[in-house]
Design a protein around this ligand. Structure first.
Ligand SMILES: *Cc1c(COP(=O)(O)O)cnc(C)c1O
Length: 461
């Protein structure tokens, strides 16, 4: 496979992989209420649940962990992180947080009031939940190609700039305290956003005095796609592209569990000094003192090193290459996926994989649970369970555009043969897809329901 780039590292420490029998997996799945979030990791063979916090740290990061300064205030670990944030992102005012959603839970209550609308390309689930908790509503303005799983548009995460302008002119800017663009667009399949698009969106926003915040969890992977696909960027180094991207932002939130190559951590940065003062006050109440933000000093050091390592072009070529390799094998096997694959995951189109299962019997959830049953592969549904919305008046469900299953690839964890095993499992199931049955939801929590909902198989008649 020409796209495959061999692992640019060798393995120094290993973890044994559990392998259960099919009967054991069937029992675990039933006990888990057919929700893979309820499975114990000791029952999972290849864990593609998420690429968040699941990466392997480098020897440089582990060494940095030992340097961690656990002083309550003004730790050297914080100073090292501040240097990284300045060098990588070009921001002075920032706070660490314990993860990405904690940054959101500091930012949105301080900026969003009830009735506000927040234009986005597409929000991540926690971003949407935190905007809604503050009384606002996230408006999805991703380009049309972004919700078409067959489109090969190079930047499917782009925001529709015309609709952005029209929305702001329609609702008025008093009700739009900020806009959020997610790079890469996780919800839409890990799809990148171009610099041209960010620049155009920034123009529309700054004309109207609306600040642009980036959800920059995958800034390095996004930069890799810009280098690869955007005219004029082939010879620009990744760090320069990241700089140019962040220069357009008035602030950003970030989960260091993604391109930070850390197991825990997050950041919130802003150029708004008045807001920054309020950020620090709220942080002290909810996360911790502004120089540690809910983390240990050693975590800050792991982030400080990881955020630099993620800009290594050999690493990124391998990282994106690994996702492409898996996507290529699935496509060869006839499996319908979102094309082209994004940076951190392959998204299988469950609606086309299981066309015989109705939307209200959750084809994505049925596929995710079947992959565990067949091969011990854990992945998640990103479809009707995660994003279905029940109208409180009519009781009807509003279904999201796509019904997907995400095979997220942890960073620097699995090898090519692990991915071959995953591909074989998916392709094998595809051959027998007619036998897969839908699910009935037996317990539905009100928010972020994919984490704790429970199901049972629909009886065949
Ligand atoms: C993971 C993620 C978040 C939330 O970060 P956590 O560290 O999981 O809290 C927000 N936005 C995007 C795009 C993400 O992928």
């Amino acid at each position: 496979m020409s796209d495959y780039v061999f692992e640019p590292f060798k393995i120094k420490s290993v973890e044994r992989i559990p392998i259960l029998t099919r009967d054991e997996r069937a029992a675990r799945l039933k006990a888990a209420g057919y929700n893979v979030f309820n499975l114990a990791s000791q029952d999972v063979t290849v864990d593609l649940l998420t690429d968040s916090g699941t990466g392997a740290m480098s020897q440089e990061q582990w060494s940095a962990v030992m340097r961690g300064d656990e002083a309550y205030a003004g730790a050297r670990s914080f100073q090292r992180l501040a240097e990284t944030v300045h060098d990588v992102f070009g921001f002075e005012h920032f706070v660490p947080t314990h993860q990405g959603r904690a940054a959101e839970n500091v930012l949105f209550p301080l900026t969003v009031k009830p009735g506000d609308i927040i234009p986005t390309n597409q929000p991540f689930d926690t971003t949407q939940a935190n905007i809604e908790a503050a009384g606002g509503a996230a408006m999805e303005l991703v380009i049309e190609e972004g919700v078409d799983p067959t489109s090969h548009h190079p930047f499917k995460g782009n925001i529709d700039v015309e609709r952005l302008a029209a929305l702001l002119d329609d609702v008025g800017t008093e009700r739009a305290p900020l806009a959020v663009i997610t790079i890469t667009n996780n919800t839409g399949g890990g799809q990148p956003v171009s610099l041209a698009n960010l620049r155009a969106a920034k123009g529309v926003l700054s004309d109207r005095g609306v600040p642009l915040y980036l959800d920059a969890c995958r800034h390095a992977e996004n930069a890799f796609f810009i280098q690869e696909r955007e005219p004029g960027y082939a010879d620009k180094p990744i760090r320069g592209i990241v700089h140019e991207t962040l220069a357009l932002a008035d602030g950003f939130t970030l989960s260091a569990k993604k391109d930070g190559l850390a197991n825990i951590g997050g950041l919130l940065a802003t150029r708004d000094e008045a807001l920054f003062e309020r950020v620090k006050q709220r942080l002290i109440r909810t996360e911790g003192f502004p120089t540690y933000g809910g983390l240990a000093g050693r975590d800050l050091d792991a982030m400080a090193v990881g955020l630099r390592e993620a800009l290594d072009e050999r690493y990124l070529r391998y990282r994106v290459g690994q996702v492409r390799y898996l996507a290529g094998r699935l496509t060869e096997g006839g499996v319908p996926i979102v094309e082209p694959p994004g940076g951190h995951a392959v998204y299988v189109d469950a609606a086309r994989f299981l066309p015989h299962i109705a939307r209200d019997e959750f084809p994505g959830q049925a596929l995710a649970t079947s992959l565990y049953l067949e091969g011990g592969v854990r992945c998640i549904e990103i479809g009707g369970v995660a994003f279905g919305k029940i109208d409180p008046q009519s009781g009807e469900t509003h279904w999201p555009g796509l019904e997907l299953v995400r095979l997220a690839v942890p960073r620097r964890v699995y090898t090519q043969s692990h991915l071959d095993y995953v591909a074989d499992t998916v392709i094998e199931l595809y051959g027998r897809r007619d036998g897969v049955r839908g699910l009935r939801m037996t317990y539905a929590p009100e928010v972020l329901r994919h984490f704790t909902a429970r199901f049972e198989p629909v009886r065949g008649d």
